[in-house]
Design a protein around this ligand. Structure first.
Ligand SMILES: Cc1cc2nc3c(=O)[nH]c(=O)nc-3n(C[C@H](O)[C@H](O)[C@H](O)COP(=O)(O)OP(=O)(O)OC[C@H]3O[C@@H](n4cnc5c(N)ncnc54)[C@H](O)[C@@H]3O)c2cc1C
Length: 434
């Protein structure tokens, strides 16, 4: 979507082929038949440092339908030890987080002192050092004397939802990037944002309108099945309905495994397209609960000492008045242990976990439960994965790559996706003589 919009802005004629009947890819929403409500395939958040994504929403005219906190504020709850708060103070960066960090109740004095030492180290680290792309962040944290408590109650609290992997799996390079860009580089970078409408309305529908208003052509419900080429140039893309699309340049914004399956005999053996096959995916599970009453007050809350990771108050976020009822979404990142479990088992354990964390949930009636599993939610930023991510420009003269998994320097995020689309559009423009 980002590549198509950029190319249209630059005056190109664009045809966008999408296998599903709607745009939005892995960030979409659907109507829950039981409640009639618009449910996201997974709660998506963005941060103030996601400047390409924010700009994309603004260009689509969709930013008004999202909320970005004026200053960072993240309430944290431990069912056994009470509440904590991470928030930004009116101080110059990187000191803006210091007051709330010092008063953060879920870490002890020693945890905090050592965590501050690690944050200073992170601020001063060149994250492009090759060794950091091979080491896990967990290893890096332990090497920098971080306590188990600070790993659980601070580092993983941030890394897991941002990168969809545990600190012990994600590379030190990518986790350091998250802290440098999100927390330390600017005061506003860590502000949290989210959609106030269903994701399809926010992005897919808005992008479709944008593209069609500029005479872009969208071929929805059609799959690209094969690229025709002589190994040096693409001459067409064959679609599932038997038709072919032809153009001067071709941008693939497919996930890597889908791209590998359509390359065709002339391209599939080329060295450039081999490394991407080594990328791995990680799952996300969302458990939606509709209560007969209000069980939480905040718009979202992060949890420690609990299987609940982040809980979102969808009733408040979407501004709905449901006559006192409340819809909450439990967002479970790096959900390897949950993705294959029966939905009923997840329902039982997360209803119980909610009751443990939120006293008002104990007497509340759960009117509906919906479990949404996304097996291949994000690509994994694990040791060695950085060198598997290709550039937008390929050795094939008129083939360009986009997708969050390409070489953006970002984890699997909407920000990475928009950056990749912009980079692909720029590479297309650069391939034509002025
Ligand atoms: C549950 C969940 C939660 C997430 N949470 C967050 C979050 O909080 N914050 C965040 O920033 N990111 C989050 N993400 C990640 C984010 O959704 C992705 O990074 C982003 O959507 C990737 O966009 P993309 O365009 O690179 O790929 P995709 O969205 O995967 O788009 C690829 C498109 O190609 C289409 N396609 C595939 N094969 C073909 C073919 N052969 N022919 C035609 N079309 C084809 C697909 O239908 C799809 O529309 C989450 C993802 C999931 C699943």
């Amino acid at each position: 979507m980002a590549a198509a919009c950029r190319l249209l802005d630059a005056g190109s004629q664009v045809t966008l082929v999408e296998k599903r009947p709607y745009l939005g890819g892995r960030a979409f929403s659907f109507t829950d038949p039981a409640t009639g409500q618009e449910v996201d395939n997974g709660q998506h958040i963005f941060l103030g440092c996601c400047v390409y994504y924010i700009d994309f929403l603004k260009r689509l005219g969709a930013f008004e339908q999202a909320r970005l906190q004026p200053k960072m504020r993240a309430p944290v709850l431990s069912p056994s030890r009470g509440a904590g708060l991470l928030s930004a103070a009116p101080l110059p960066k990187p000191l803006h987080l210091l007051p709330s960090f010092l008063s953060y109740r879920l870490l002890g004095f020693k945890d905090k002192a050592l965590a501050l030492y690690a944050l200073v180290k992170i601020a001063l680290t060149d994250r492009t050092r090759p060794a950091l792309a091979q080491e896990s962040f967990g290893g890096w944290l332990r090497r920098h004397r971080q306590t188990r408590r600070s790993i659980d109650n601070f580092w993983n609290l941030i890394v897991k939802p941002c990168v969809n992997d545990d600190v012990d799996d994600v590379t030190a390079a990518m986790a350091i990037m998250v802290f440098q860009e999100g927390l330390l580089r600017t005061r506003g970078g860590s502000r949290i944002g989210y959609a106030r409408v269903g994701l399809s309305k926010l992005m897919g529908d808005a992008a479709q309108e944008y593209i069609e208003a500029r005479q872009g052509r969208i071929l929805g419900g059609r799959t690209a099945v094969s690229l025709q080429s002589d190994g040096r140039r693409i001459s067409g893309a064959l679609l599932s309905d038997g038709s072919a699309v032809r153009g001067d340049a071709y941008v693939s914004a497919l996930p890597w495994n889908e791209l590998a399956s359509i390359l065709g005999p002339e391209l599939e053996g080329q060295p450039f397209f081999q490394p991407m096959k080594g990328l791995k995916a990680a799952p996300i599970v969302n458990v939606h609960l509709w209560y007969d009453r209000q069980v939480m007050d905040e718009e979202f809350i992060a949890l420690v000492d609990s299987p609940l990771q982040w809980v979102f108050n969808k009733t408040a976020i979407l501004g709905r008045d449901d006559s006192g009822e409340q819809w909450v979404t439990i967002s479970l990142s790096a959900a390897f242990e949950y993705v294959d479990k029966p939905k009923k088992a997840l329902e039982d354990s997360f209803v119980a976990a909610m009751a443990e964390a939120f006293p008002r949930a104990r007497d509340a009636k759960v009117k509906r439960v919906l479990v949404v599993k996304q097996n291949r939610a994000t690509f994994r930023c694990v040791a060695g994965s950085e060198r598997l991510r290709p550039t937008a420009k390929t050795p094939v003269e008129n083939l360009f790559l986009a997708g969050d998994w390409t070489d953006t320097g970002w984890p699997s995020t909407m920000e990475g996706a928009v950056r990749s689309g912009d980079a692909a559009a720029e590479a297309v423009a650069g391939s034509f003589p002025p």
